[in-house]
Design a protein around this ligand. Structure first.
Ligand code: NAD
Length: 495
């Protein structure tokens, strides 16, 4: 296919590299000619490296380099009679700039040329609405770095003509990436799904449940995420993350589930973006440890202290009978808090602590303490839980503990995506694993815990906090009540 890529920045050059490597001819244009020259040199360099590393043959690289053509202007007429069949724009993220570009292209290119926008946050429909023929445009949302990130969201606008999304889907699949069809909604799929983790991480920080490094450790070790949420935001850039959080929340008319924190605004104003400014949640300068900061050790506890537990889930750590005097009391919390258990069951507050049952089968156990817990009880509980080589995190008591709240938010937000018909349930899981690198898709993740158990978790969180943020979606409520997997598609209505 002959593809014109307009915008030769980070994304445009990645898209151009991906397309020439897949055998397409790419015309590259930019408002700044030097950006095109830079991008061509960049792609050449990447292809040369691929040859050196034995990932590409010399002949294939030469062909790909020869298939990358620099244009003087985005509006160049087709040279030699060959017009591009597709234009992909990756210019500035500004509706006016994108609309002007397509209006100009509409004047010089044949009606048959399909237009695709790589916007990450604008409405595809609103960009298309500015064209004489809105039917020819759809979204084609790539992720950075394009050659490595296999996922591409194909986004039909409200007026996109039949055949256009199909053409883009076939192009992406034939060129080795994974297309997912996504409705034109704020954040599309991946940027919407990603709000679950980061908004909840900030909510935990706002409530001083734990510090950012402790939350990151729990996210990695208990949930199995490759990166904790704060480490991830440092990598993405907090300026970018904060803007996506606001866009998605605004786009969904301030839906409670997607509510951002007040915290990022000042951090962004102070330039604490993360890796790119060398300071974010972690420090990245010369000699700084970044997120691999050593973990503070809690020492001096008695690993032989008697422990009784209130739930079967914790039976493995119990060493004392219910009658034992001065035994620690460990309470499994599932969407509930230690304080609520103390009040409801008359437990001795000074030696009652919570354990997140989600953390039990993982390398890190998570202990919750209340303002009434005595220091010696905390130290002894840490020593007891660390006995068989586990890492132990101590956090402040909250309904649900850290990992549960992060997971509850990830899963609840994903079921909101399913229920709005943004994408098919199975596609949501594919898109999130490829786009966000989660260990499994959010619906499958919820199913590994159990839909009924996820429902119980969210109901308990909503009940104890009174915050509508935790209200389970109708999608989750129905599947949990029916004990069906969260990935069960919508009920079919008779035609
Ligand atoms: P960038 O700043 O690296 O590159 C943008 C390029 O567009 C620049 O070279 C600029 O000179 C050129 N440009 C600006 N206005 C132009 C015009 N009117 N005509 C022609 N060229 C013009 O930006 P980027 O990160 O590559 O992002 C480009 C688009 O891709 C944006 O819409 C962005 O939201 C989207 N996107 C970015 C990412 C990402 O991770 N960077 C991911 C997905 C989508």
């Amino acid at each position: 296919m002959r593809i014109r890529v307009v915008g030769a920045g980070t994304m445009g050059r990645g898209i151009a590299q991906w397309a020439v490597m897949a055998g397409h001819t790419v015309e590259l244009a930019d408002a700044r000619p030097e950006a095109v020259a830079d991008a061509v040199a960049f792609v050449r360099g990447m292809l040369e490296r691929a040859v050196e590393k034995g990932r590409m043959s010399r002949a294939a690289a030469d062909r790909a380099i020869g298939a990358l053509l620099a244009l003087d202007s985005p509006y160049d007429l087709a040279g030699g009679g060959a017009a591009p069949e597709l234009v992909i724009e990756a210019v500035l993220e500004d509706l006016e700039v994108k609309a002007e570009l397509f209006i100009g292209l509409e004047r010089v290119l044949p009606d048959s040329t399909v237009f695709a926008t790589n916007t990450s946050s604008l409405s595809v429909t609103r960009i298309g609405a500015r064209l004489a023929d809105p039917g020819r445009l759809a979204g084609l949302h790539f992720f950075n770095p394009v050659p490595l990130m296999k996922l591409v969201e194909v986004v039909p606008g409200a007026a996109t003509r039949e055949g256009v999304p199909e053409l883009l889907t076939a192009l992406v699949a034939e060129s080795g990436h994974r297309p997912v069809t996504v409705a034109d909604t704020p954040g599309f799929l991946v940027n919407h799904a990603g709000r679950g983790l980061v908004t909840e991480a900030f909510a935990l920080l706002e409530e001083s449940v734990a510090g950012h490094a402790a939350i990151d450790r729990i996210a990695r070790d208990v949930l199995g995420l490759r990166m904790g949420p704060f480490e991830l935001m440092d990598l993405t850039g907090l300026d970018v993350t904060a803007s996506v959080m606001d866009t998605v929340w605004d786009g969904f008319r301030h839906a409670d589930r997607l509510r951002p924190s007040y915290l990022p605004a000042n951090r962004v104003a102070a330039g604490l973006y993360g890796r790119k400014s060398l300071r974010g949640f972690y420090a990245y300068g010369e000699g700084e440890a970044g997120p691999s900061l050593p973990e503070p050790r809690i020492e001096g506890g008695d690993p032989a202290r008697a422990v009784r537990t209130t739930g079967d889930e914790l039976a493995a750590v119990a060493t004392a009978s219910a009658a034992a005097e001065d035994a620690l009391v460990l309470v499994p919390t599932w969407g509930t808090s230690v304080a609520a258990a103390v009040a409801a069951d008359g437990l001795p507050a000074e030696r009652t602590l919570g354990v997140d049952p989600l953390s039990l089968g993982t390398p890190r156990r998570v202990l919750a303490v209340t303002p009434a817990t005595r220091d010696d009880a905390v130290r002894d509980a840490v020593a007891v839980l660390a006995r068989d080589g586990h890492a132990v995190s101590v956090v402040r008591d909250t309904a649900g503990s850290v990992a549960q709240r992060l997971l509850a938010s990830i899963v609840n937000v994903a079921t909101g995506i399913a229920e709005r018909g943004v994408a098919e349930p199975a596609e949501i899981d594919v898109a999130v694993t490829l786009g966000l690198g989660y260990p499994q898709g959010p619906l499958a993740w919820g199913d590994s815990v159990g839909s009924a158990r996820m429902l119980a978790l969210l109901r308990a969180l909503a009940h104890e906090t009174g915050d509508p943020r935790y209200r389970p979606t109708p999608w989750l409520t129905q599947r949990g009540s029916l004990r069906l997997p969260l990935s069960t598609p919508m009920a079919r209505l008779p035609e």
